[in-house]
Design a protein around this ligand. Structure first.
Ligand SMILES: NC(=O)c1ccc[n+]([C@@H]2O[C@H](COP(=O)([O-])OP(=O)(O)OC[C@H]3O[C@@H](n4cnc5c(N)ncnc54)[C@H](OP(=O)(O)O)[C@@H]3O)[C@@H](O)[C@H]2O)c1
Length: 291
């Protein structure tokens, strides 16, 4: 199976490196070519356009920022559709609006290309070992063709049915990430305000039923002001906005995400966008210094 990769940002690069290590033949493209260096050094063929990726691949994975970027690499000049051939399947691993994803899959379909939405949970550190959790949706026969690839990328793969449904679940997952990051950050800020060492707060939290992977694995870094990004605050803000828009289009009221959107937007405006999403704690520190 010849695999194509469009987007070698934090997540895409790790997925690509893992596929190369697992013996897949990989052709890759990234808008900023320098970011493909490590893939090239590990055996990937680097091409200059998404069209070139499609021409060289049976299955193309897109891992780019948002739906505009997916549309750009798919349909605009030198996009995937211009490199189409019989049997080409596109798997979109970016986190985007499910309704947008459905429209994108229809446009692919008009060009005789089957598209699956295949968003994932887990960051670059997990992707590098093939331990992501994948949600997949779209035509079942295309899913079956890609299953071997998906099993290399993820240790759990959930097939969810019609196009768009995997992205809908992914947004519900990122809603969890948002609330956990906010709850931890407010808890740490509160105990610091009471002059209590946040390490003790974490030790107590992690001794209870209310501990999470985040409180066990990320929180110690948070209280040491270590916010090197595996998933940027800017990208989580993008996802929160998508959750907001998607819930509105479903006629739903999600009051917590509305507030989270305001908080994350302000954090980006204040210059915290390039930190890890848990850097929302650093933003809380800043607004409390002002008071
Ligand atoms: N990191 C994670 O933990 C994680 C986990 C699950 C899902 N995701 C999702 O995966 C996607 C990528 O995330 P990431 O963390 O890898 O982000 P990232 O490091 O910021 O990379 C973004 C990628 O998108 C490309 N891109 C942005 N706008 C583009 C455009 N208009 N045309 C073509 N390419 C464009 C960038 O190209 P340049 O290099 O040229 O800017 C880069 O390759 C996002 O949708 C994110 O929400 C991330």
């Amino acid at each position: 199976m010849k695999i194509g990769l469009i987007g070698s940002g934090m997540l895409g690069k790790s997925v690509g490196l893992h596929l190369l290590k697992s013996g897949f033949q990989l052709t890759a493209y990234n808008r900023t070519k320098e970011k493909t260096k490590e893939l090239k050094n590990n055996g990937a063929k680097i091409v200059l356009t998404p069209k070139g990726v499609a021409e060289n691949s049976d299955i193309v994975i897109t891992v780019v920022k948002d739906s505009n970027a997916v549309r750009q690499v798919s349909f605009e000049e030198d996009g995937i559709i211009f490199g189409t051939h019989k049997g080409l399947i596109v798997c979109d691993m970016s986190t985007i609006n499910p309704l947008e994803s459905k429209k994108i899959s229809e446009k692919f379909s008009e060009n005789d290309i089957s598209m699956l939405d295949t968003p994932v949970m887990g960051g670059p550190n997990v992707a590098i070992n093939g331990n992501l959790v994948m949600m997949a949706a779209g035509k079942k026969d295309s899913f079956d063709i890609c299953k071997k690839l998906f099993d290399a990328i993820a240790n759990k793969v959930f097939y969810l049915g019609e196009n768009g449904s995997a992205h809908a679940v992914k947004l519900a997952m990122n809603l969890q990430i948002t609330m956990l990051a906010l709850a931890l950050s407010e808890g740490i800020t509160l105990v610091r305000g009471a002059k209590i060492d946040p390490k003790i707060f974490l030790e107590i939290l992690n001794s209870t039923y209310f501990k999470t992977g985040m409180s066990e694995n990320k929180a110690l870094k948070m209280i040491q002001d270590e916010f090197e990004a595996t998933f940027t605050l800017e990208n989580l803000k993008k996802d929160i906005k998508t959750i907001s828009e998607t819930s509105k289009s479903f006629g739903l009221e999600l009051p917590m995400i509305k507030k989270a959107e305001e908080i994350y937007e302000n954090a980006v405006k204040e210059g915290f966008g390039n930190l890890d999403y848990t850097g929302i704690l650093a933003y809380f520190k800043k607004i409390n210094e002002k008071n």
